[in-house]
Design a protein around this ligand. Structure first.
Ligand SMILES: [Zn+2]
Ligand SMILES: [Zn+2]
Length: 264
């Protein structure tokens, strides 16, 4: 008499592992966004951009997504952190506009293609798992492009409290925390948003400047640092950063630089 075939593990456990894996993969970004680090133990690490499985444990993105990002080319513009043509210190954009209120700007990536998608995910889809990768790239760019720049503290561009509450986090704060840790600098909340504003991305240049005029207020607590690096995700016209930096300078900060992930 032939012995009955041994039941498979799947039959024994009564759980469809393929189905379970699929559910967990879908739930992973949500779990991570909710701050459940347990997800990392349940699932192998996946690329936060395309959800492909990562080859090495320490990788932040898969090779495909990493290769699709465009780091800004050298030489760099002092005014905005973007690329300059030739020997000039400033790009055409910065030469044509009013003088920037900061001493130097540093940026990492061109704000196009995959980077635009990633930033969107980071800001609007709870892609907080991208913060360590972004912050590491920003800290490395700061070391490379502003090695002699004095900096006593890192300060994120604040969100209005209502927007922060709705989003659950401020992306600039997450970046500043990682950059501060990498550079050994304290993170200071030196500014607050005095009023809510419309989203800058939907406005033209002049409307952007009007939209952010007088929007920041200094938090007067404790001693003010003499030199600050202001951190934000993207610089497009620079209107938001200009308003923030003007407020810091008016409050007595002597040197202010800006560090952004991408230059649009
Ligand atoms: Zn990927
Ligand atoms: Zn420039």
């Amino acid at each position: 008499m032939q012995a009955a075939p041994r039941p498979s593990r799947r039959e024994r456990s009564g759980v469809d592992r393929v189905f379970l894996t699929r559910i967990l993969r879908r739930a992973k970004p949500w779990l991570e966004a909710s701050g459940h680090q347990a997800a990392a133990h349940v699932m192998p690490p996946v690329c936060p951009s395309c959800m492909a499985q990562l080859r090495a444990d320490g990788d932040a993105l898969c090779a495909d997504c990493r290769g699709a990002l465009r780091p800004l080319a050298a030489p760099r513009c002092r005014g905005c952190g973007g690329t300059v043509d030739g020997l000039l210190e400033l790009c055409g954009d910065c030469l044509a506009g009013a003088a920037r209120p900061w001493e130097r700007a540093v940026s990492v990536f061109d704000y196009g293609g995959r980077m635009r998608e990633l930033v969107h995910r980071f800001k609007y889809n709870g892609g907080v798992c991208l913060a360590p990768f972004f912050a590491a790239e920003m800290a490395a760019a700061w070391r490379r492009w502003a090695p002699d720049e004095p900096a006593e503290a890192v300060a994120p561009v604040p969100l209005h409290w209502r927007r922060r509450l709705r989003r659950g986090y401020n992306q600039a704060e997450l970046l500043a925390a990682g950059i501060g840790a990498a550079l050994g600098l304290p993170v200071r909340s030196l500014l607050r948003r005095a009023r809510p504003t419309r989203q800058q991305a939907r406005l033209e240049r002049e409307a952007r400047q009007r939209n952010v005029r007088g929007v920041f207020a200094a938090r007067r607590r404790g001693a003010w640092p003499e030199s600050v690096v202001v951190v934000d995700d993207v610089m497009t016209t620079g209107a938001t950063l200009e308003a923030a930096v003007r407020e810091l300078k008016a409050a007595g900060v002597k040197r202010v630089c800006v560090l952004t992930l991408a230059r649009g």
